[in-house]
Ligand binder design. Structure first.
Ligand code: FBP
Length: 262
């Protein structure tokens, strides 16, 4: 972890990363609730919202759309990813190098690590290459730290999430993205384990406004520095409205009920 390495994808030390790698990770089904979001252009437009500090996409989407948005959107390029069609032990093939990401204009790279998977050893070696490559090109490193697979009984238990956060620190991520462990107390422990590595909360499946914003506020209170969210923004009928509220909760620490009334 290097001080300030994530500055390009943060605002006042906090981050709201809009995640849009779902076309690969889950497939077109994730666009069903809001069909216009199948068009990456819609997400790049959303990413110009003041609340959004970076847009996370895969290489192909970046190649096709980022040239038109370089001025207005910070790019977080995922270097690995897997489809829902894969039915084996959790793994995530590398599809882009840090060097290629730098050439596309990325401000940071993203990498999924499935600790506890039978492929953990290979994934950690691949992460090393990505992390060191990012350092060479002055890009931040965001780890999607998602323990799962044969070695993991409960992938969102407080112990598992603390371990996930710690993996981010140990392996040299600037920001580690973890699932919400169910309470502010458990999130606080994960933040403590991550030390100087910043912890952001994963968005998860669609929830009602209040419940979602309450989790986000709890995570911020517990020391998380923001969130990396996909479905809970782009599957809504009015994604801009939830971004307005998230901006208030994450950056101004406004109470969720008040944020929704803005
Ligand atoms: P959501 O906010 O929609 O949960 O997205 C976060 C994310 O990490 C995405 O970047 C990724 O596509 C997805 O979740 C993977 O989720 P999972 O592997 O748990 O299905």
């Amino acid at each position: 972890m290097l001080p300030h390495a994530d500055d390009a994808i943060s605002r006042d030390g906090k981050s709201l990363i809009l995640a849009y790698d779902h076309g690969l990770e889950h497939g077109p089904v994730d666009f069903d609730p809001n069909p216009s979001t199948a068009d990456p252009e819609r997400l790049f437009e959303l990413a110009t919202h003041d609340a959004v500090t970076a847009l996370a996409v895969q290489k192909g989407v970046a190649e096709a759309y980022y040239p038109d948005y370089e001025e207005d959107v910070n790019l977080l390029l995922k270097l690995n990813g897997t489809s829902n069609l894969w039915m084996g032990e959790p793994d995530s093939p590398v599809n882009c190098s840090a060097e290629y990401a730098a050439g596309l204009g990325a401000d940071a790279v993203g990498f999924t690590l499935y600790g506890g998977s039978n492929y953990e050893v290979e994934m950690a070696e691949e992460f090393r290459e990505a992390q060191e490559g990012a350092r060479e090109h002055d890009m931040g490193v965001v780890m999607w730290s998602y323990p799962r697979g044969q070695g993991v009984k409960n992938d969102t238990s407080p112990d598992t999430i603390s371990y996930a956060a710690r993996l981010g620190l140990e392996l040299g991520a600037d920001v580690v993205k973890v699932k919400y462990p169910g309470s502010a107390e458990a999130m606080g422990e994960a933040v403590r384990m991550a030390g100087p590595t910043k912890v952001v909360m994963s968005g998860g499946t669609m929830r009602d406004d209040r419940a979602f914003l309450r989790n986000v506020a709890n995570a911020i209170d517990a020391g998380a520095t923001g969130l990396a969210v996909g479905r809970n923004v782009f599957q809504r009928d009015e994604p801009e409205r939830i971004l307005d509220a998230l901006e208030a909760v994450v950056f101004d620490e406004v109470d969720p009920a008040e944020a929704l009334a803005i």
